[in-house]
Design a protein around this ligand. Structure first.
Ligand code: XMP
Length: 508
């Protein structure tokens, strides 16, 4: 049994954060659309109704049938969730005089209420709501208030229902994690058993049962997700797993060779395919970013497919898909916030079933699992790298010479980040070759007319938004100097100071 908390998603941006906090409490949880509560699942020990951009009075507001869980398990409503419960069970919700937004302090707290056990007087919380509860349903009592919000938190003792109008999941609610711990552990009786070691044991067992004696193919990218998925599968089914690592010729300097060595060291059954000539030939003269991406995607599938077909008895295709790749947060338009990059497009007649052993994990959890599996630190801490590789970091047509130039510049930059202890402080970094731009310089007594290189480094938590990293000037000066002195064809270095949005992390 894998006990779990269900978080019902009503479209708020902070829903994912609730899941993060619960995982930090070593508690397994799933975010599900508000109307997909798994009635009858014996593993569910509690439910959280999360926030929403809607007011309970909006005609389009998302509604859930509370009878599915009220009285059967503990329930916690957060913000809209709290208002929805109160409104549905006979309380009153009205537009607040002024929008209640930002920091607030709980001026009265009933610490006898199990949700607030251990709370300090005046504990700071974060409010963000336009409506407010003005009367509670019968049998409900107020357990915390702020100056402005009388019913900041409530409890319905006999029914095991709790509600808070603030957001315990956000950083500015200083005891928010304590509140969530109180709910999960004390109220729902959770055992906090979700850990990398536990995850590995359960997953290895499940994979053995799921796959049996079948053969599995997995596409490796050199990145942390596919590598951890491979090592996990290798532990479960050993040589039944065949990994395929395609070199499209636009990886980082020495990467194909180094990563192959790492994989072999990990005991993986891996086939390395050098397909660079095909990719370069098909990309010749192509300058449009989307065309480049399409060609690379198509060639990749072709090469992967040709290799995969050699493994005639394969039944499964494994991928390193992780949780944020899959979460389709229900925003107002129902749009997918982040689409998921994967091998995709393999011919249907191959009839492969999909195996995604990391599909419940966040990135940092993948890293913890990798460490627990004994993988080398440099593989685990590796920055994300785009599938099309340096092709999206060379503006203009791609040639092997340009790739070589960029590899050299990028290598100097990444090495320096490591030497200066900055590599792990940024989410991702890389160099970009502006191969269609030339500027004048002077080297010795010679005039030069060469390309600039841009350096990019960003901080981020999920790549959906990112800020440019404020790297030290001394570091940038040193890297600029090294690149201009050592890399032929580059006479200028710039630093990209754009955030995402409105820019993106990659230049193409
Ligand atoms: P952008 O440029 O959209 O990138 O801000 C967000 C994150 O996604 C990575 N990226 C890709 N990863 N295949 C991948 O596997 C791709 O085609 C691709 N394009 C962008 C990018 O490096 C960043 O981490």
């Amino acid at each position: 049994m894998q006990e779990k908390i269900i978080i019902l998603d009503f479209g708020s941006q902070t829903t994912q954060l609730i899941a993060r906090r619960l995982r930090e409490l070593d508690t397994f949880c799933e975010i599900l659309p508000y109307n997909k509560f798994p009635v009858g699942d014996p593993d569910v020990i509690g439910v959280i109704l999360a926030g929403s951009p809607f007011s309970v009075y909006d005609p389009e507001a998302f509604k859930v049938d509370l009878n599915q869980f009220v009285g059967r398990m503990p329930v916690l409503g957060i913000c809209y969730g709290a208002q929805f419960i109160s409104h549905t069970l006979g309380g009153r919700v009205e537009p607040a005089d002024s929008r209640e937004y930002g920091r607030a302090n709980l001026t009265t707290i009933d610490t006898q209420c199990p949700l607030f056990r251990g709370f300090e007087p005046n504990s700071q919380v974060w409010m963000s709501h336009g409506d407010t509860i003005t009367a509670l349903p019968e049998g409900f009592s107020v357990v915390a208030s702020t100056d402005k919000v009388r019913y900041a938190a409530y409890e319905a003792k006999g029914q095991n229902i709790f509600g808070v109008q603030f957001h315990p999941e956000v950083f500015h609610s200083l005891q928010g994690t304590q509140l969530l711990r109180n709910f999960v552990v004390d109220i729902c009786g959770g055992h906090q058993t979700w850990s990398p070691a536990n995850f590995i044991d359960t997953t290895v067992q499940e994979l053995k049962e799921q796959i049996g004696q079948d053969r599995v193919i997995l596409g490796l990218s050199g990145g942390v997700d596919s590598s951890v998925a491979a090592v996990l599968l290798n532990r479960a089914i050993g040589q039944q797993l065949t990994c395929i690592f395609v070199d499209h010729g636009m990886l980082r300097k020495n990467e194909f060779h180094d990563v192959m060595k790492d994989y072999e060291g990990l005991g993986l059954n891996v086939i390395g395919v050098d397909a660079s000539q095909k990719f370069f030939a098909d990309l010749e003269g192509v300058t449009d970013p989307e065309k480049k991406r399409k060609i690379i995607g198509r060639d990749f599938v072709e090469v992967f497919d040709a290799e995969a077909r050699k493994i005639t008895d394969a039944r499964w295709l494994a991928q390193g898909t992780i949780y944020p790749d899959r979460i389709e947060s229900l925003n107002i338009t129902g749009k997918v916030i982040k689409s998921h990059h994967n091998v995709g497009g393999l011919p249907k007649e191959m009839n492969l079933q999909l195996c995604e052993p990391l599909k419940w994990l966040f990135k940092d959890e993948v890293r913890r699992v990798g460490r627990q599996l004994g993988m080398p630190e440099h593989l685990i801490e590796r920055h994300p790298f785009p599938g099309p590789g340096l092709a999206v970091r060379i503006l203009g047509a791609i040639t092997p010479e340009k790739v070589h130039t960029l590899q050299e510049a990028d290598d100097i930059y990444i090495r320096a980040l490591r030497e200066w202890g900055l590599y792990n402080q940024v989410w991702q970094a890389g160099a970009i070759l502006l191969s269609e731009v030339r500027s004048v310089g002077v080297m010795g007594d010679e005039r030069t007319y060469e390309n600039p290189v841009a350096l990019r480094a960003v901080t981020s938590t999920d790549a959906m938004t990112a800020d440019w990293a404020h790297l030290p000037y001394d570091f940038l000066a040193r890297v600029s100097n090294d690149i201009i002195n050592k890399v032929r064809g580059v006479n200028r270095v710039c630093y990209d100071i754009s955030s995402k949005p409105p820019s993106t992390i990659e230049w193409e």
